[in-house]
Design a protein around this ligand. Structure first.
Ligand SMILES: *[C@@H]1O[C@H](CO)[C@@H](O)[C@H](O)[C@H]1NC(C)=O
Ligand SMILES: *[C@@H]1O[C@H](CO)[C@@H](O)[C@H](O)[C@H]1NC(C)=O
Ligand SMILES: *[C@@H]1O[C@H](CO)[C@@H](O)[C@H](O)[C@H]1NC(C)=O
Ligand SMILES: *[C@@H]1O[C@H](CO)[C@@H](O)[C@H](O)[C@H]1NC(C)=O
Ligand SMILES: *[C@@H]1O[C@H](CO)[C@@H](O)[C@H](O)[C@H]1NC(C)=O
Length: 426
């Protein structure tokens, strides 16, 4: 009987799921689109290298100005670091749709298009805009705003109206701003960047801690991602922070940064635990990245926070703002480990949140009437407990189709919801 049910599930649900997945994969993939054009292989390679491909795929109504391998080698022969190449190539991604037709029918013969370079905040003034002008004789010239229109439209390479258009231009757009040396990572003013974008309280807290400041500054060069709590969240947390001993304060600050550069697109495809700057031998100080549709959340056994803003994303540094303060279990687990507070403080409301990240795990949880939510979570994570095991697995994000079929309706509903959520948000 159960087997019959399963067969029915497979034969009816699976095609529906695959259909939904097919809809999902309709989102364009610039790497794949360019792969069938070998004369753009170098350009394509650098879109991947600079992680711009992920940013392009995340957006719709976009135009990529591609150059062929010969034009690309003129750029790569200059020995620019990858961060500069990223800036230059991001000037070649227009945040509007220009097919071959539209580019020849520009109103008043000239237009300015914003680019990904402008959007990253790295371009001063309007230097991140591209001027597209219909020149005499049907020629279309392109150049950075205020610069020479010395690159020309060659041909349309791929068009998926109105999601993505890839057009060939004759040479790399000459831009002094984009090719200016990017500030050496070691010289980036981390706290200045954070202060200017809603993480002032965290930046000040970091500045006041020489140990953590040094660790942050030394880590930028090799790639770093910071998850800074927004000002309101950090302000509310300060009394708790001030209660920590000096080594714990430092560990807490170090915990909010990861020694690897992750663009938003990379975070979205990197579910799982990550080491932090506070990770040191026995002190794990891990955090877990978990996607839910377009949302990226971070969790520990204590709480879950959501990324709400990108403050900077310039290889090798990314800084994201979070809606709440992510709490490491190493510092905020049991009240015994914390300060010898006899009565639970009102802030312990955070702790009560903890089972939330584990969607659909309620059943397994009830078995343990553990008083401390920290202990019942996480450790009960791995071993599947009885028949609920399958259902637990269904919440895994990737390749879930097969598992969903073997498991819970709840999982199916969640996944279907995610698919809808992500396609409607794209
Ligand atoms: C354009 O993108 C949207 C959102 O990703 C997608 O639903 C739609 O199918 C795409 N259109 C084409 C023609 O690929
Ligand atoms: C895009 O296509 C490339 C090449 O086919 C593939 O390696 C990559 O995983 C794809 N990316 C996404 C997000 O599907
Ligand atoms: C584009 O550049 C040309 C030549 O410098 C200039 O005449 C034109 O006004 C510019 N177009 C826009 C929209 O700024
Ligand atoms: C970094 O930025 C902060 C805040 O804007 C400023 O007070 C500080 O002087 C800057 N530090 C350096 C080394 O430029
Ligand atoms: C800080 O510690 C004191 C004494 O250990 C305790 O009474 C107080 O509740 C703690 N405050 C916070 C915000 O944890």
């Amino acid at each position: 009987m159960a087997k019959k049910m399963r067969e029915i599930t497979i034969s009816y649900i699976l095609p529906i799921l695959l259909l939904l997945l097919a809809v999902e994969t309709h989102a364009h993939n610039v790497t794949r689109l360019l792969a069938s054009h070998p004369s753009f292989s170098s350009f394509n390679h650098f879109l991947t290298q600079t992680h711009l491909a992920g940013e392009i795929n995340r957006r719709t109504t976009i135009t990529v100005l591609a150059v062929d391998n010969a034009a690309m080698s003129a750029l790569t022969s200059k020995g620019y670091p990858i961060s500069t190449i990223k800036n230059i190539l991001s000037l070649h991604v227009l945040l509007d749709y220009f097919g071959a037709k539209k580019i020849h029918q520009i109103r008043d013969g000239s237009a300015l298009a914003a680019t990904l370079f402008q959007a990253t905040g790295a371009a001063p003034g309007t230097t991140g805009f591209v001027n597209i002008t219909d020149l005499r004789g049907g020629k279309v010239g392109l150049g950075p705003d205020g610069g020479d229109l010395s690159s020309f439209f060659v041909k349309s390479v791929e068009e998926v109206p109105y999601n993505i258009s890839i057009i060939q231009i004759s040479k790399v757009l000459p831009s002094e701003t984009a090719s200016a040396p990017t500030p050496a990572p070691a010289e980036m003013n981390l706290t200045g960047i954070m202060s200017a974008h809603g993480c002032k309280v965290f930046a000040e807290t970091l500045l006041a801690n020489p140990g953590a400041s040094k660790t942050y500054q030394e880590s930028v060069e090799g790639g770093m991602t910071v998850f800074c709590p927004g000002d309101d969240a950090m302000k509310g947390f300060l009394p708790k922070y001030k209660n920590l001993t000096a080594p714990k304060k430092e560990a807490f600050l170090d915990f909010l940064a990861v020694p690897t550069y992750y663009s938003m697109a990379m975070l979205k495809s990197n579910n799982g635990p990550m080491n932090t700057l506070a990770t040191d031998g026995a002190d794990k100080f891990e955090l877990t990245v978990q996607n839910d549709g377009e949302k990226v959340t971070l969790r520990t056994r204590i709480n879950t926070v959501q990324i709400v803003d990108t403050i900077i994303d310039e290889q090798p540094l990314a800084i994201y703002a979070t809606d709440k303060v992510l709490l490491p279990k190493e510092l905020f687990k049991a009240s015994a480990v914390e300060a010898p507070a006899p009565a639970p403080a009102p802030e312990d409301g955070d702790v009560a949140d903890s089972p939330k990240p584990a969607k659909g795990k309620g059943k397994g949880k009830k078995k343990k009437a553990a008083p401390s939510p920290d202990d019942s979570f996480g450790d009960s994570d791995s071993p599947a407990e009885g028949p609920d095991g399958d259902a637990d697995d269904a919440t895994a994000d990737e390749a879930s189709a097969v598992r969903i079929v073997g498991g819970a309706t709840a999982g199916l509903v969640v996944s279907v919801f995610c698919l809808f959520a992500s396609s409607s948000l794209l």
